[in-house]
Design a protein. Sequence first.
Length: 402
Amino acid sequence: MSYENNARIINDDIFDLINELFDEERSGRNNESRLDFFDTYKDYFVLTDDGSYSINSREINHKVETLHTSTGAISESFEKFIKPMKFDYTKDISILDICAGLGYNSSAAIADFMKNSNANLTIDMVEISAPTLACGLLVPSPIPEHDITKKAIEEELIGADYATLSLETTEIPENITLNVFIEDARKTVQKLKDDTYDAIFLDPFSQNMAPELFSVEFFKEFRRIIKDDGIIATYTSSAPVRAGFIDADFYIGLGPIFGRMQGGTLASPNPLMLDYSLPKNDEIRIALSDVGIPFRDYDLNNSSEEILNRRSEERHTARHTTKISSAVKTPIFLGQEMDDEKLKRRVERNLAKMNIPSTTSKEAHYIVEVENKYSKKQDIENNTRNRILEMKKRLKKIKMGN
Ligand SMILES: C[S@@+](CC[C@H](N)C(=O)[O-])C[C@H]1O[C@@H](n2cnc3c(N)ncnc32)[C@H](O)[C@@H]1O
Protein backbone atom coordinates (compact mmCIF):
# COMPACT_ATOMS: atom_id res chain seq x y z
CA MET A 1 0.00 0.00 0.00
CA SER A 2 1.30 3.51 -0.75
CA TYR A 3 2.47 5.77 2.05
CA GLU A 4 -0.45 8.15 1.41
CA ASN A 5 -3.00 5.34 1.88
CA ASN A 6 -1.22 4.06 4.93
CA ALA A 7 -0.43 7.38 6.61
CA ARG A 8 -1.39 7.99 10.19
CA ILE A 9 -4.49 10.14 9.94
CA ILE A 10 -7.93 10.49 11.54
CA ASN A 11 -10.21 7.69 12.75
CA ASP A 12 -11.58 5.49 9.91
CA ASP A 13 -15.28 5.99 10.78
CA ILE A 14 -15.19 9.78 10.74
CA PHE A 15 -12.89 9.64 7.71
CA ASP A 16 -15.55 7.65 5.81
CA LEU A 17 -18.38 9.91 6.99
CA ILE A 18 -16.53 13.03 5.84
CA ASN A 19 -15.72 11.46 2.48
CA GLU A 20 -19.41 10.54 2.03
CA LEU A 21 -20.47 14.07 2.97
CA PHE A 22 -18.21 15.62 0.35
CA ASP A 23 -19.16 12.96 -2.26
CA GLU A 24 -22.72 14.19 -1.81
CA GLU A 25 -21.61 17.81 -2.04
CA ARG A 26 -19.78 17.11 -5.32
CA SER A 27 -22.78 15.26 -6.73
CA GLY A 28 -24.92 18.35 -6.15
CA ARG A 29 -27.35 16.45 -3.91
CA ASN A 30 -27.85 17.47 -0.33
CA ASN A 31 -26.48 20.99 -0.66
CA GLU A 32 -25.24 22.59 2.54
CA SER A 33 -25.38 19.37 4.61
CA ARG A 34 -21.95 20.44 5.89
CA LEU A 35 -23.76 22.85 8.19
CA ASP A 36 -25.38 20.21 10.40
CA PHE A 37 -22.66 17.54 10.18
CA PHE A 38 -21.14 18.48 13.53
CA ASP A 39 -24.45 18.33 15.43
CA THR A 40 -25.30 14.96 13.85
CA TYR A 41 -21.92 13.33 14.50
CA LYS A 42 -20.78 15.20 17.61
CA ASP A 43 -20.00 11.94 19.40
CA TYR A 44 -17.08 11.33 17.03
CA PHE A 45 -15.43 14.54 18.20
CA VAL A 46 -13.45 14.86 21.42
CA LEU A 47 -14.27 17.82 23.66
CA THR A 48 -11.11 19.14 25.36
CA ASP A 49 -10.87 21.05 28.64
CA ASP A 50 -10.87 24.55 27.08
CA GLY A 51 -14.08 23.85 25.13
CA SER A 52 -12.40 23.31 21.76
CA TYR A 53 -12.88 20.05 19.87
CA SER A 54 -10.35 17.48 18.74
CA ILE A 55 -10.59 14.16 16.94
CA ASN A 56 -9.02 10.72 17.30
CA SER A 57 -6.43 9.17 15.01
CA ARG A 58 -6.77 5.97 13.05
CA GLU A 59 -5.88 2.94 15.17
CA ILE A 60 -2.28 1.88 14.57
CA ASN A 61 -0.84 -1.16 16.37
CA HIS A 62 -3.83 -1.07 18.75
CA LYS A 63 -3.06 2.54 19.68
CA VAL A 64 -5.17 5.63 19.15
CA GLU A 65 -3.88 9.17 19.68
CA THR A 66 -5.95 12.33 19.85
CA LEU A 67 -4.88 15.14 17.51
CA HIS A 68 -4.56 17.53 20.47
CA THR A 69 -4.02 17.36 24.22
CA SER A 70 -7.10 16.82 26.38
CA THR A 71 -5.98 19.86 28.44
CA GLY A 72 -7.17 22.10 25.61
CA ALA A 73 -6.76 21.86 21.84
CA ILE A 74 -6.63 25.54 20.95
CA SER A 75 -4.82 26.47 24.18
CA GLU A 76 -2.12 23.98 23.19
CA SER A 77 -1.61 25.88 19.93
CA PHE A 78 -1.00 29.16 21.76
CA GLU A 79 1.10 27.67 24.56
CA LYS A 80 3.34 25.33 22.59
CA PHE A 81 3.60 26.95 19.19
CA ILE A 82 3.03 30.69 19.55
CA LYS A 83 4.41 31.64 22.97
CA PRO A 84 7.97 30.38 22.39
CA MET A 85 8.29 32.37 19.14
CA LYS A 86 10.14 35.68 19.13
CA PHE A 87 8.47 37.26 16.14
CA ASP A 88 9.62 40.72 15.14
CA TYR A 89 6.18 42.05 14.32
CA THR A 90 7.58 45.18 12.69
CA LYS A 91 8.55 42.90 9.77
CA ASP A 92 6.72 40.51 7.46
CA ILE A 93 6.42 37.00 8.94
CA SER A 94 6.51 33.58 7.23
CA ILE A 95 5.40 30.40 8.97
CA LEU A 96 5.43 26.76 7.88
CA ASP A 97 2.68 24.76 9.63
CA ILE A 98 3.52 21.07 9.23
CA CYS A 99 0.66 18.65 9.94
CA ALA A 100 -1.94 21.39 9.81
CA GLY A 101 -4.80 19.03 10.79
CA LEU A 102 -7.84 21.08 11.80
CA GLY A 103 -5.83 24.29 11.33
CA TYR A 104 -5.65 25.31 14.99
CA ASN A 105 -1.94 26.19 15.03
CA SER A 106 -2.29 28.45 11.99
CA SER A 107 -5.39 30.07 13.49
CA ALA A 108 -3.53 30.82 16.74
CA ALA A 109 -0.68 32.34 14.68
CA ILE A 110 -3.16 34.53 12.79
CA ALA A 111 -4.78 35.69 16.05
CA ASP A 112 -1.43 36.62 17.59
CA PHE A 113 -0.28 38.36 14.42
CA MET A 114 -3.50 40.38 14.01
CA LYS A 115 -3.20 41.60 17.59
CA ASN A 116 0.39 42.75 17.16
CA SER A 117 1.19 43.62 13.57
CA ASN A 118 0.18 45.59 10.50
CA ALA A 119 2.82 43.96 8.31
CA ASN A 120 2.26 40.87 6.12
CA LEU A 121 1.83 37.28 7.24
CA THR A 122 2.28 34.19 5.05
CA ILE A 123 1.49 30.73 6.35
CA ASP A 124 2.18 27.58 4.34
CA MET A 125 0.03 24.81 5.79
CA VAL A 126 0.86 21.19 4.98
CA GLU A 127 -1.50 18.30 5.66
CA ILE A 128 -1.51 14.91 3.94
CA SER A 129 -5.21 14.21 4.36
CA ALA A 130 -7.98 16.15 2.60
CA PRO A 131 -10.69 14.67 4.87
CA THR A 132 -8.74 15.88 7.93
CA LEU A 133 -8.60 19.42 6.54
CA ALA A 134 -12.30 19.09 5.69
CA CYS A 135 -12.90 18.07 9.30
CA GLY A 136 -11.45 21.47 10.20
CA LEU A 137 -14.36 23.04 8.26
CA LEU A 138 -16.88 21.03 10.27
CA VAL A 139 -15.78 21.71 13.86
CA PRO A 140 -17.04 24.84 15.66
CA SER A 141 -14.33 27.51 15.40
CA PRO A 142 -12.58 27.73 18.79
CA ILE A 143 -11.49 31.33 18.08
CA PRO A 144 -12.81 33.81 15.47
CA GLU A 145 -9.54 33.64 13.48
CA HIS A 146 -10.23 29.97 12.74
CA ASP A 147 -12.85 31.21 10.28
CA ILE A 148 -10.01 32.78 8.26
CA THR A 149 -8.17 29.46 8.20
CA LYS A 150 -11.40 27.70 7.24
CA LYS A 151 -11.78 30.02 4.26
CA ALA A 152 -8.28 29.12 2.99
CA ILE A 153 -8.88 25.39 3.55
CA GLU A 154 -12.22 25.57 1.74
CA GLU A 155 -10.67 27.35 -1.24
CA GLU A 156 -7.95 24.71 -1.48
CA LEU A 157 -10.43 21.83 -1.16
CA ILE A 158 -12.53 23.36 -3.94
CA GLY A 159 -9.37 23.78 -6.06
CA ALA A 160 -8.53 20.11 -5.42
CA ASP A 161 -12.10 19.08 -6.44
CA TYR A 162 -12.79 17.68 -2.99
CA ALA A 163 -15.42 20.32 -2.11
CA THR A 164 -17.61 22.38 -4.42
CA LEU A 165 -19.50 24.85 -2.24
CA SER A 166 -18.17 28.13 -0.97
CA LEU A 167 -19.93 28.32 2.39
CA GLU A 168 -17.32 30.17 4.44
CA THR A 169 -18.29 33.84 4.53
CA THR A 170 -15.25 35.24 6.37
CA GLU A 171 -12.74 36.95 4.09
CA ILE A 172 -8.98 36.49 4.38
CA PRO A 173 -7.46 39.89 5.27
CA GLU A 174 -5.36 41.43 2.49
CA ASN A 175 -2.12 41.30 4.46
CA ILE A 176 -2.50 37.56 5.17
CA THR A 177 -1.65 34.81 2.66
CA LEU A 178 -2.51 31.23 3.49
CA ASN A 179 -1.22 28.49 1.16
CA VAL A 180 -2.47 24.96 1.73
CA PHE A 181 -0.52 21.92 0.49
CA ILE A 182 -2.39 18.62 0.58
CA GLU A 183 0.45 16.10 0.46
CA ASP A 184 3.17 14.31 2.39
CA ALA A 185 5.14 17.05 4.17
CA ARG A 186 8.36 15.29 3.11
CA LYS A 187 7.51 16.08 -0.51
CA THR A 188 6.48 19.66 0.24
CA VAL A 189 9.62 20.65 2.13
CA GLN A 190 11.86 19.62 -0.76
CA LYS A 191 10.08 22.20 -2.97
CA LEU A 192 10.33 25.12 -0.55
CA LYS A 193 12.85 27.94 -0.97
CA ASP A 194 16.00 28.40 1.14
CA ASP A 195 16.01 30.83 4.05
CA THR A 196 12.25 31.52 4.07
CA TYR A 197 10.62 30.82 7.43
CA ASP A 198 10.60 32.67 10.75
CA ALA A 199 8.86 29.72 12.37
CA ILE A 200 8.14 26.08 11.68
CA PHE A 201 5.38 24.36 13.65
CA LEU A 202 6.05 20.62 13.72
CA ASP A 203 2.94 18.83 14.97
CA PRO A 204 2.81 15.18 13.83
CA PHE A 205 1.50 12.23 15.82
CA SER A 206 4.04 10.67 18.19
CA GLN A 207 7.43 9.40 17.04
CA ASN A 208 6.27 5.77 17.07
CA MET A 209 3.30 6.62 14.86
CA ALA A 210 5.12 8.98 12.49
CA PRO A 211 8.94 8.71 12.78
CA GLU A 212 9.19 9.89 9.14
CA LEU A 213 8.33 13.40 10.33
CA PHE A 214 11.13 13.43 12.92
CA SER A 215 14.11 12.22 10.85
CA VAL A 216 17.52 13.86 10.49
CA GLU A 217 16.99 14.16 6.73
CA PHE A 218 13.63 15.92 7.18
CA PHE A 219 15.25 18.29 9.70
CA LYS A 220 18.08 19.02 7.24
CA GLU A 221 15.44 20.38 4.88
CA PHE A 222 14.23 22.60 7.77
CA ARG A 223 17.80 23.81 8.21
CA ARG A 224 17.84 24.89 4.57
CA ILE A 225 14.44 26.64 4.52
CA ILE A 226 14.48 28.33 7.95
CA LYS A 227 15.89 31.84 8.46
CA ASP A 228 18.99 32.26 10.64
CA ASP A 229 16.88 33.53 13.54
CA GLY A 230 13.95 31.19 12.90
CA ILE A 231 12.54 28.83 15.53
CA ILE A 232 11.05 25.35 15.19
CA ALA A 233 8.59 24.28 17.85
CA THR A 234 7.42 20.76 18.54
CA TYR A 235 5.62 19.28 21.54
CA THR A 236 7.81 16.21 22.00
CA SER A 237 10.61 15.74 24.53
CA SER A 238 11.86 12.58 22.82
CA ALA A 239 15.62 11.92 22.85
CA PRO A 240 15.88 10.69 19.22
CA VAL A 241 13.98 13.74 17.98
CA ARG A 242 16.27 16.09 19.87
CA ALA A 243 19.32 14.13 18.67
CA GLY A 244 17.98 14.46 15.12
CA PHE A 245 17.92 18.25 15.40
CA ILE A 246 21.52 18.27 16.58
CA ASP A 247 22.63 16.04 13.70
CA ALA A 248 20.84 18.41 11.32
CA ASP A 249 22.96 21.27 12.67
CA PHE A 250 20.46 22.98 14.99
CA TYR A 251 20.81 24.35 18.50
CA ILE A 252 18.07 23.02 20.76
CA GLY A 253 16.29 24.23 23.87
CA LEU A 254 13.46 23.40 26.22
CA GLY A 255 9.96 24.16 24.98
CA PRO A 256 6.92 25.05 27.11
CA ILE A 257 5.23 22.47 29.35
CA PHE A 258 1.51 22.17 28.66
CA GLY A 259 -0.70 19.12 29.21
CA ARG A 260 2.38 16.91 29.71
CA MET A 261 5.00 16.20 32.36
CA GLN A 262 7.90 17.47 30.29
CA GLY A 263 8.59 20.50 28.15
CA GLY A 264 8.61 20.20 24.37
CA THR A 265 11.54 21.02 22.10
CA LEU A 266 12.63 24.18 20.32
CA ALA A 267 15.34 24.28 17.65
CA SER A 268 17.07 27.16 15.88
CA PRO A 269 20.23 27.86 13.87
CA ASN A 270 20.86 30.64 16.44
CA PRO A 271 21.39 29.62 20.11
CA LEU A 272 20.34 33.09 21.28
CA MET A 273 16.78 32.44 20.08
CA LEU A 274 16.45 29.60 22.63
CA ASP A 275 16.26 30.67 26.27
CA TYR A 276 16.43 27.44 28.22
CA SER A 277 18.72 24.41 28.21
CA LEU A 278 17.32 20.90 28.27
CA PRO A 279 17.42 19.23 31.71
CA LYS A 280 20.92 17.85 32.51
CA ASN A 281 19.95 14.19 32.40
CA ASP A 282 18.29 14.66 29.01
CA GLU A 283 21.54 16.09 27.65
CA ILE A 284 23.53 13.17 29.09
CA ARG A 285 21.18 10.55 27.64
CA ILE A 286 21.14 12.15 24.17
CA ALA A 287 24.93 12.44 24.12
CA LEU A 288 25.95 9.11 25.58
CA SER A 289 23.21 6.51 25.40
CA ASP A 290 21.71 4.56 22.52
CA VAL A 291 18.37 6.34 23.04
CA GLY A 292 20.14 9.28 21.41
CA ILE A 293 20.25 7.48 18.04
CA PRO A 294 17.98 9.55 15.76
CA PHE A 295 15.51 8.46 13.07
CA ARG A 296 16.92 8.11 9.56
CA ASP A 297 14.94 8.40 6.32
CA TYR A 298 17.73 8.78 3.76
CA ASP A 299 15.65 9.53 0.64
CA LEU A 300 12.67 10.97 2.52
CA ASN A 301 10.39 8.20 1.31
CA ASN A 302 10.63 5.26 3.73
CA SER A 303 7.64 3.83 5.58
CA SER A 304 7.26 4.32 9.34
CA GLU A 305 8.09 0.65 9.92
CA GLU A 306 11.30 0.83 7.87
CA ILE A 307 12.43 3.88 9.83
CA LEU A 308 11.61 2.33 13.22
CA ASN A 309 13.35 -0.94 12.29
CA ARG A 310 16.43 0.87 11.01
CA ARG A 311 16.75 2.77 14.27
CA SER A 312 16.32 -0.42 16.36
CA GLU A 313 19.13 -2.10 14.40
CA GLU A 314 21.33 0.96 14.73
CA ARG A 315 20.76 1.07 18.48
CA HIS A 316 21.63 -2.58 18.76
CA THR A 317 24.92 -2.10 16.88
CA ALA A 318 25.83 1.07 18.78
CA ARG A 319 25.23 -0.39 22.25
CA HIS A 320 28.61 -1.08 23.91
CA THR A 321 30.54 0.10 20.82
CA THR A 322 29.85 3.81 20.33
CA LYS A 323 27.12 4.36 22.92
CA ILE A 324 26.59 3.39 26.55
CA SER A 325 23.66 1.03 26.99
CA SER A 326 20.46 2.86 27.91
CA ALA A 327 19.47 -0.11 30.13
CA VAL A 328 18.83 0.93 33.75
CA LYS A 329 19.49 4.51 32.61
CA THR A 330 23.22 3.80 32.94
CA PRO A 331 24.66 7.10 31.63
CA ILE A 332 22.90 9.31 34.18
CA PHE A 333 24.90 7.68 36.99
CA LEU A 334 28.26 8.85 35.59
CA GLY A 335 30.08 10.83 38.27
CA GLN A 336 27.58 9.72 40.96
CA GLU A 337 28.05 7.64 44.13
CA MET A 338 25.53 4.77 44.14
CA ASP A 339 24.03 3.16 47.27
CA ASP A 340 21.98 0.47 45.59
CA GLU A 341 24.60 -2.30 45.17
CA LYS A 342 22.56 -4.41 42.78
CA LEU A 343 21.84 -1.48 40.47
CA LYS A 344 25.45 -0.35 40.74
CA ARG A 345 26.69 -3.75 39.53
CA ARG A 346 24.43 -3.56 36.48
CA VAL A 347 25.42 0.02 35.71
CA GLU A 348 29.14 -0.71 36.08
CA ARG A 349 28.91 -3.81 33.89
CA ASN A 350 27.55 -1.55 31.11
CA LEU A 351 30.19 1.08 31.75
CA ALA A 352 33.05 -1.44 31.69
CA LYS A 353 32.15 -2.29 28.09
CA MET A 354 32.94 1.34 27.22
CA ASN A 355 36.27 1.35 29.13
CA ILE A 356 34.78 3.29 32.04
CA PRO A 357 35.82 1.42 35.22
CA SER A 358 33.18 2.81 37.60
CA THR A 359 30.63 5.59 38.02
CA THR A 360 33.15 7.63 40.03
CA SER A 361 36.29 6.82 37.98
CA LYS A 362 38.32 9.64 36.44
CA GLU A 363 36.99 8.55 33.04
CA ALA A 364 33.39 8.94 34.23
CA HIS A 365 34.09 12.37 35.71
CA TYR A 366 35.96 13.47 32.58
CA ILE A 367 32.99 12.67 30.30
CA VAL A 368 30.34 14.47 32.33
CA GLU A 369 32.43 17.31 33.80
CA VAL A 370 31.14 19.25 30.77
CA GLU A 371 27.91 19.46 32.77
CA ASN A 372 29.67 21.47 35.53
CA LYS A 373 29.13 24.47 33.29
CA TYR A 374 25.42 23.72 33.00
CA SER A 375 23.07 26.62 33.50
CA LYS A 376 19.37 26.75 32.77
CA LYS A 377 19.80 29.90 30.69
CA GLN A 378 21.71 29.22 27.46
CA ASP A 379 24.26 31.46 25.81
CA ILE A 380 26.36 31.40 22.69
CA GLU A 381 29.11 29.22 24.19
CA ASN A 382 27.38 27.39 26.93
CA ASN A 383 24.36 25.62 25.59
CA THR A 384 22.76 22.21 25.25
CA ARG A 385 24.12 21.54 21.76
CA ASN A 386 27.74 22.32 22.64
CA ARG A 387 27.63 20.25 25.82
CA ILE A 388 26.11 17.25 24.02
CA LEU A 389 28.72 17.36 21.25
CA GLU A 390 31.56 17.67 23.80
CA MET A 391 30.30 14.70 25.86
CA LYS A 392 30.01 12.60 22.68
CA LYS A 393 33.60 13.47 21.77
CA ARG A 394 34.87 12.57 25.23
CA LEU A 395 33.05 9.22 25.28
CA LYS A 396 34.63 8.34 21.94
CA LYS A 397 38.08 9.24 23.26
CA ILE A 398 37.69 7.04 26.35
CA LYS A 399 36.34 4.11 24.33
CA MET A 400 39.25 4.36 21.89
CA GLY A 401 41.63 4.38 24.88
CA ASN A 402 43.20 7.78 24.39
C1 LIG B 1 -1.38 15.83 15.76
S1 LIG B 1 -2.23 16.10 14.27
C2 LIG B 1 -2.00 17.80 13.94
C3 LIG B 1 -2.99 18.75 14.55
C4 LIG B 1 -2.96 20.13 13.92
N1 LIG B 1 -1.68 20.79 14.04
C5 LIG B 1 -4.08 21.08 14.28
O1 LIG B 1 -3.81 22.28 14.55
O2 LIG B 1 -5.23 20.64 14.30
C6 LIG B 1 -1.19 15.32 13.08
C7 LIG B 1 -1.63 15.50 11.63
O3 LIG B 1 -0.57 15.04 10.79
C8 LIG B 1 -1.16 14.61 9.56
N2 LIG B 1 -0.13 13.84 8.82
C9 LIG B 1 0.23 12.54 9.01
N3 LIG B 1 1.25 12.21 8.19
C10 LIG B 1 1.55 13.34 7.48
C11 LIG B 1 2.52 13.63 6.48
N4 LIG B 1 3.41 12.72 6.08
N5 LIG B 1 2.55 14.87 5.97
C12 LIG B 1 1.67 15.83 6.38
N6 LIG B 1 0.73 15.60 7.32
C13 LIG B 1 0.68 14.37 7.87
C14 LIG B 1 -2.37 13.84 10.04
O4 LIG B 1 -3.33 13.68 9.03
C15 LIG B 1 -2.85 14.71 11.21
O5 LIG B 1 -3.82 15.64 10.77
